[in-house]
Design a protein around this ligand. Structure first.
Ligand code: KG4
Length: 350
């Protein structure tokens, strides 16, 4: 059993959030749901490998965890004894990475005699919309709303009925949107992660220069593996004909790839709005930093009368502020976790 000692008066709930599901070690402190600090150490070590190397990621988390947490607490201007609970990402993610954050969070909470709160990483991304930087921030979406959750590991349409009530309406049956972007960027010989590079190049290219196949999947599910293969095969053919093809066309290739992915994402989202009648629509996850996707949201807002919610860039990719805010609402529900709950790697929304 987890020792649950109410340590704070109700008007000062301090939550420490910890995120370590992939290659970012992040810690954040919130007071009564308002963000006081959010510190992230990213891992440049993976760049030369063109993708995250799990073993290197967990080693880097080991090195970064204590200094990052220490900095987050200091930046928040509190002491660790003032914390009310420790919220941490329990999954999904890379097991070796998760184990570092989960073990640290459990040990830290135990040593302070405060509750631990487990957070689902995917729900954390959606909850990024409730991060407040000051008391009078009222920009959060009202319930119910739809959230397009697009990251390196997932692409989902989620109906959010309450802080603790989310339903997945559709999701990818193979690759995630971010994964497809990263892999296409890799075959073009660009750096890692590909998302920001494709985004930058796409701003200077023609989105209609090349056509790539779009999937025909029923319902609200997504698929991106066909697009990835079509991109790869076409590219091989063009490079055979002209070895300088990528260098001469990288802006147009990036713009056309981005255009196809945004089109796939938005068509299903539009269908979800029609099916549910919910016109409050949010976007979350690393790919929500993409300018083409953000522009499509603005366009749909104008065209279809949606009310849209787009997170600040700093809360799109993995961060502990989103874990902290999820933890805060679970704290209010007394939804704590026992010490024997293990990390999990598989994608689940529970
Ligand atoms: O949410 P996230 O940080 O990690 C996961 O939970 O997966 O998302 C990472 C993904 C990567 O695939 C990365 O390439 C993509 O988000 N990404 C972008 C952009 N910034 C990050 N994709 C497109 N455009 C961007 N500006």
């Amino acid at each position: 059993m987890n020792p649950v000692t109410p340590v704070s008066p109700i008007n000062s709930i301090y939550i420490l959030g910890i995120e370590s599901s992939c290659d970012d070690t992040s810690a954040a402190v919130l007071r009564n749901g308002v963000l006081l600090s959010n510190v992230t150490a990213s891992q440049a070590v993976h760049e030369s490998y063109g993708g995250v190397v799990p073993e290197l990621a967990s080693r880097a988390h080991q090195q970064n965890m204590v200094p990052v947490v220490d900095q987050a607490i200091k930046k928040a201007g509190i002491t660790k004894e003032q914390l009310s609970a420790v919220a941490f990402t329990r999954g999904p993610g890379l097991m070796g990475s998760l184990l570092v954050g989960v073990s640290f969070a459990k040990g830290f909470a135990r040593s302070l005699g405060i509750p631990m709160i487990d957070v689902n990483h995917l729900q954390g991304h959606v909850m990024a919309h409730f991060i407040k930087e000051c008391d009078d921030d009222h920009s959060a979406p009202p319930f119910p709303f739809l959230c397009l959750l697009v990251s390196g590991g997932n692409s989902q349409i989620v109906q959010v009925n309450a802080y603790n009530d989310m339903q997945v309406l559709g999701q990818t049956i193979d690759d995630a949107a971010g994964e497809a972007i990263d892999k296409c960027s890799k075959v073009m010989g660009l750096g890692y992660p590909g998302g920001p590079i494709i985004d930058r190049l796409a701003r200077q290219g023609n989105p209609c220069a090349f056509k790539f196949s779009e999937p025909h999947i029923p319902g609200l599910d997504y698929s991106f593996s066909g697009l990835k293969t079509s991109f790869l095969y076409n590219l091989r053919k063009w490079v055979e004909e002209n070895p300088d093809f990528i260098e001469q066309n990288k802006e147009d290739l990036a713009a056309s790839l981005e255009h196809t992915i945004v089109s796939i994402l938005m068509k299903k989202l539009k269908f979800a709005v029609k099916e549910t009648g919910i016109k409050h629509v949010a976007v979350a996850g690393g790919v929500s930093a993409n300018n083409g996707l953000r522009n499509a949201f603005y366009e749909y807002q104008k065209k279809y009368g949606w009310t849209i919610y787009i997170p600040k860039f700093s809360y799109t990719t993995d961060n502990a502020a989103m874990i902290g805010i999820t933890g805060y609402y679970k704290f209010l529900d007394h939804d704590f976790c026992s010490i024997d709950k293990p990390a999990f790697s598989k994608v689940t929304f529970r």
